[in-house]
Design a protein around this ligand. Structure first.
Ligand code: NAP
Ligand code: BGC
Ligand code: ZN
Length: 355
């Protein structure tokens, strides 16, 4: 069968021929429909994040998949059922994090991530997975099912942000998303249409006309250009906000977030930057966090419950939004196009089979 693989750092993925996998006990065989591409895939391809499975010299890419059960292989799944796989697996079968259903909280060494670090991904015509890591998706969401994984990332982030504010009465009225990539825009749509936050902002560094700015404005949010208004000046130019969701991977934003927050606000960091040394006024930021009861937290990955919530969220997002967000779906004959990064590309997916 055909698969898309990369030698991390080589710069471009290749179409390769590999054997079709055989499901083991407790595993189902899934026929892949579509697999999305995100910023992490680009970081893996560049060799800046992730790593190869032990003893291998290339990695099958892809962690945002949707497929159809081809062979339930004695599991509770049904043939023809539409499913989305979760990303993390235990390196040696299981461990305490996986046993309690919280693989997303496992520390390094206690997990591999399919298509990212230590295990092959889903960019292949078929993949196998233990049934417990396959989340059911209604058939009418099959074409967009590759958005479930990235939405699940924000379900977790929002959950943890709210949990950090759960000791007091907290009703956020404003939110700022840093980053107008696919993760930032999906989260902006969740803030606008699902959580119904009154005032939303989204930060980018693009000139108009730009499709991401069009999406931001069609969602009813305000576009903030970081070249004109640095994050720390947002309270002066616009307003201090109750929630900041960082999805730029631009390390200074982690610290500037503290200044953009209103008292009692929470900043949630998603980006995965490389090393970068710069000066910060640590005393001022420390004081700001303490005297205004602010919280700053990082979050990565998501568990099955977040995937289930994401399926529900996806069903609520307006189709006009998802139509604008998904700028291209490409067959295997033109898979390279899915990895292009022009300004008119927002979210792409590779189609292995039609639903
Ligand atoms: P992406 O497509 O690369 O989006 C990042 C966006 O941020 C781009 O649109 C970029 O704008 C913008 N940006 C970067 N620096 C900026 C700055 N200084 N000012 C204004 N805008 C800036 O990536 P993504 O897939 O949306 O993911 C976003 C980040 O989240 C990445 O760092 C990714 O690694 C991370 N991530 C983390 C998790 C997790 O579990 N924690 C999950 C998924 C993704 P331009 O395109 O104009 O440069
Ligand atoms: C994936 C997560 C993963 C993270 C760090 C993200 O793009 O969506 O599942 O945990 O990268 O590797
Ligand atoms: Zn991802």
């Amino acid at each position: 069968m055909k698969a898309i693989a990369v030698e991390p750092g080589a710069g471009t993925p290749d179409l390769v021929e590999i054997p079709r996998p055989e499901p083991g006990p407790g595993e189902a065989l899934v026929r892949t429909l579509r697999v999305g591409v995100d910023g992490t895939d680009h970081e893996v391809i560049a060799g800046h994040h992730g790593g190869l499975p032990d003893g291998e010299d290339r990695l099958i890419l892809g962690h945002e998949a949707v497929g159809v059960v081809e062979d339930p292989n004695g599991t509770d799944l049904e043939q023809g059922q539409c499913v989305v796989p979760t990303v993390r697996r235990a390196p040696n079968g299981t461990n305490e994090y996986f046993e309690r259903g919280e693989p997303d909280m496992a520390p390094e060494g206690e997990y591999v991530e399919r298509g990212i670090v230590g295990d092959h991904g889903f960019m292949a015509e078929y993949f196998t997975s233990p049934a417990e890591f396959l989340v059911s998706v209604p058939d009418d969401l099959a074409a967009l099912g590759f958005l479930v994984e990235p939405i699940s990332i924000s379900e977790k982030a929002i959950d943890h942000a709210a949990a950090s504010r759960s000791a007091f009465e907290w009703s956020p009225e404003s939110a700022l998303v840093l980053g107008n990539g696919s993760l930032g825009l999906l989260t902006l749509a969740m803030f606008e249409d699902v959580l119904e936050i009154d005032r939303t902002y989204c930060l980018g560094r693009r000139d108009r006309p730009d499709p991401s700015i069009d999406i931001i404005e069609s969602l009813g949010a305000t576009y903030v250009d970081s070249r004109e208004t640095p994050v720390s000046e947002i309270p002066d130019e616009y307003e201090a906000v109750d929630v900041v969701y960082e999805a730029t991977g631009y390390a200074k934003h982690a610290f500037e977030t503290i200044e953009a927050l209103a008292p009692n606000g929470v900043g949630v960091l998603l980006g995965v930057p490389g090393p970068w040394e710069f000066d910060v006024d640590g005393g001022r930021l420390h004081r700001e966090l303490v005297l205004h009861n602010k919280a700053l937290l990082g979050t990565v990955n998501s568990h099955r419950g977040h995937f289930e919530a994401a399926v529900d969220t996806l069903s609520q997002l307006p189709r006009s939004f998802t139509d604008d967000l998904v700028t291209g779906v490409y067959g295997l004959d033109e898979f390279e196009t899915a990895f292009e990064t022009d300004d008119d590309v927002i979210k792409t997916a590779i189609e292995f089979a039609s639903a």
